[in-house]
Structure formats: C-alpha cells, structure tokens
Design a protein around this ligand. Structure first.
Ligand SMILES: NC(=O)c1ccc[n+]([C@@H]2O[C@H](COP(=O)([O-])OP(=O)(O)OC[C@H]3O[C@@H](n4cnc5c(N)ncnc54)[C@H](OP(=O)(O)O)[C@@H]3O)[C@@H](O)[C@H]2O)c1
Length: 266
C-alpha cells in the first residue's frame, strides 16, 4: 500500500517548524500545521497544496491546559491519521523567575513539557498498531547546559524533552517507531525577536547560526535512520561534545557567563 504519510508539525508558522513542513511535503507527505497565527499557517498551507500535498491548518495555543487533547480531537475529526509527529512549538520566558507570574511559567511548562508528551501519548497507539511512526521532539543544546540567569525553566524543559525522547525510544524503537530529540545550537529564526532576547548585531551566535532548513534536513534524515539524539551542524556538535566532557564546575562557569549576555533582569 502506498499511503501518503501524514506529518503533524507544531509551531509550523515560522522557523524550524515551517522548514519541517516544507521538507515533509517535499518528501511526499501530507501535513497538519499547528500554531496560533492563522494567516501564516494558511499561507504556508496554500504553498504546500500547490506542490500537491494535503495541508490542514489547526489553530491552537499549545500553552493552554488541555490543548493537546483538543488538537488530537481536531485531527481525528479532520480524518487524519498521524504517522509523523514533530513537537517543535516553543518559546521561553526571558525574565528572571521572581519577576514573572506563575501563569507565565505554567504556560511555558504546558507548551514545552505537557503538550509534547500528551501529543505523543495521543498518537503513539496508532503508530504502534500500524508498525510505523516517527516522533521528533525539538529540544535544544540548552538541555546540556548548567543553566543561568533568566530563561529559568528553559534548560529544564528542554532536558525533559531529551530524556523523554530517550525513554520513549527505548520502549518503541523495535516496533517501528523512531523517537528523536533534536538539540539545535543557535538557529536564525524569529525565536529571539518573539521572546525579547537581546541579540548583538554581528555577534558570534548570529555569524555561526544555522538555517532552519539545515536543522530540519538533518533532523528528518537522522530520525529516519533511527538516531535517538541529533545535534544538527558541525559547531553545535563540537559544543555539545565539550558540554558533555567538561567537568561540571567548568560547564557551570561557561554557561553562566553565556547566559549573562542575554539576561534582561526581572
Ligand atoms: N532558534 C534557536 O536558536 C533555537 C535553538 C534551539 C532550540 N530551538 C527550539 O526550536 C523550536 C522552534 O523555534 P524556532 O527557532 O523556529 O522559533 P520561532 O521562529 O519563534 O518559531 C516558534 C514556533 O512556535 C510556535 N509557538 C510558540 N508559542 C506557541 C503556542 N503557545 N502555541 C502554539 N504554537 C506556539 C510559533 O507560532 P505562533 O507564534 O504562530 O503560535 C512558531 O511557529 C522551539 O522549540 C525552540 O525552543 C530554537
């Protein structure tokens, strides 16, 4: 049977998610595009339909409690069967912890932790039943860091995605489902602007940034091969190797100094 695969991609309205959606369509998949900005999603859906893909738009705020269950219901109602899930939607709370509301922090946890796990939980049984499934969780190289001032829950949330991916992959990889955690370094997207992260013009992180297309291509290809952890790009691979190898006090000193550059206070 030559059924077209259906890829559900969260955070498809820009950056890595939009690149993933274009790549999925180019690979012959139908796509479900999820985010809050409807016009962006409709424009991308139009582009992908023009190249022959079915493209469904799901407007959802995935930082709200129950959003994943609602989305899974909407996908079912659209008659779609998810073969590939890309948990990519993401944001951060830049300010120091004490200067934020609890609601902001809980919304971060819903978006980064609860929604990806709940979506995987919703679609995994059907993947296992058909003996084919792909789950790509977009974590961050920050998952390997020792944390620092600001973005307080970000490394912890991204570590969750890393560890969750590994445990789940151990459970399902022999049953046709590949689960991959992707740990990008700096990627040139709207993430910094969307999250009020101060960025130095011409600074090293900008100069060495990867494109979202590069990240999507490596993530997709290596998930297909069954790789459990993917750090896209040469420099981020080197950085990740250093982060794993360095003694913790050294890592702490380095990541704290780096975090200081982006700290916006409370
Ligand atoms: N850029 C980097 O340097 C970098 C590095 C490591 C990891 N990452 C991770 O990569 C992922 C993608 O980020 P990006 O760099 O492509 O940034 P981006 O261009 O800002 O894209 C973020 C996407 O997430 C969606 N999103 C944010 N909050 C949402 C919410 N509450 N509900 C539904 N969708 C939401 C946004 O759509 P709407 O605003 O339309 O809802 C957008 O489509 C994130 O998980 C991020 O943590 C990025």
């Amino acid at each position: 049977m030559n059924k077209r695969r259906y890829a559900l991609i969260t955070g498809a309205s820009s950056g890595i998610g939009a690149a993933m959606a274009r790549l999925a369509a180019a690979q012959g998949c139908d796509v479900g595009l999820v985010a809050r900005r409807a016009e962006r999603l409709q424009a991308l859906a139009g582009e992908l339909r023009a190249v022959g893909a079915r493209a469904d738009v799901y407007m959802a705020d995935l930082s709200q409690a129950g959003a994943a269950q609602q989305l899974a219901g909407d996908v079912g109602a659209a008659g779609a069967w998810v073969d590939i899930l890309v948990n990519n939607a993401g944001a951060t709370v830049t300010k120091g912890f004490a200067g934020t509301t609890l609601a902001e922090q809980i919304a971060f946890l819903e978006l980064t932790v609860v929604t990806p796990a709940a979506l995987a939980h919703a679609f995994l049984p059907a993947m296992l039943e058909q003996g084919f499934g792909r789950i790509i969780n977009i974590s961050s190289i920050a998952a390997l860091s020792s944390g620092g001032k600001g973005n307080t829950l970000y490394p912890a949330g991204k570590s969750f995605l890393l560890k969750f991916s590994q445990s789940l992959n151990a459970e399902v990889r022999r049953r046709g489902v590949h689960v991959t955690a992707v740990l990008p370094g700096f990627v040139a997207t709207e993430f910094q602007a969307a999250n009020n992260i101060p960025m130095e013009e011409g600074g090293a992180s900008r100069r060495f940034a990867q494109t979202p297309e590069e990240v999507a291509a490596e993530a997709w290809a290596r998930n297909e091969k069954g790789h459990e952890i993917v750090v896209p790009g040469g420099l981020p691979k080197f950085a990740a190797a250093m982060m794993r190898a360095l003694p913790e006090p050294w890592m702490r000193a380095l990541t704290r100094r780096a975090a200081e550059k982006y700290y916006v206070g409370e």
